[in-house]
Design a protein around this ligand. Sequence first.
Ligand code: ADP
Ligand code: C5P
Ligand code: MG
Length: 208
Amino acid sequence: MKKPLLILVAGGSASGKSTVVTEILDKAGLEDVLILKHDDYYLDQSDLPLEVRYMTNYDHPSSLDNELLHKHLISLMQGKAIEKPVYDFVMHTRSKAIEHVVSKPIIIVEGILILENEQVRDLSDMNLFVELDDDTRFIRRMLRDMNERGRTLESIISQYERTVKPMYHKYIKPTKRFADVIIPNDRRHDIAVDLIVTKIKQILGERS
Ligand code: ADP
Ligand code: C5P
Ligand code: MG
């Protein structure tokens, strides 16, 4: 197997990372792709009471198990399978499930802080950052967290003010400087997507 192509996709919470990844793959007509979420690598907190888990700062780099992610990425880049943890947003910890994940020719990892860790960045072929203003992201996150992550409006607002917004400006936004392409998600970004698709095809061509 050829060395897989590794793409990292960062951006604030609800900036549109997952949506843009789907757009790129649709346009490129690529199907044999592994998409990983950095969220699955939040540290296991099952030994802590739920009240404590509610208060964890999930927007700080220290909340993520980057050592395990790095180890898993090395294995996947060598064509080996991994046993990936699965995160439970309702219980605020790793679920009991483990997923057997096989390597693919293209690996995409998305997450708010995926460009923050130098060791992880060093493995990557292409870095993307999805950009969207704070208020639109807040509205989209609020709707999603109420519908999909079992949250109340009060908890979403207090978490946003306490950690989500300040950590975005302190740790996430500065990683834009590591991006090869910044994708705007509040206006047309078809040219950015086209450029990315062309580059992906070029790298795959060179490796085949
Ligand atoms: P992320 O993966 O960065 O957290 P998502 O791709 O899940 O963000 O997008 C967050 C929410 O915003 C989802 O409900 C998605 O459907 C919506 N969304 C994403 N991009 C757009 C867009 N360009 N216009 C309208 N809604 C969007
Ligand atoms: O999908 P998205 O990029 O929005 O996921 C990252 C967000 O998930 C972070 O901003 C963090 O605040 C949130 N999170 C949470 N509760 C957890 C773990 C993460 O609200 N238990
Ligand atoms: Mg997402």
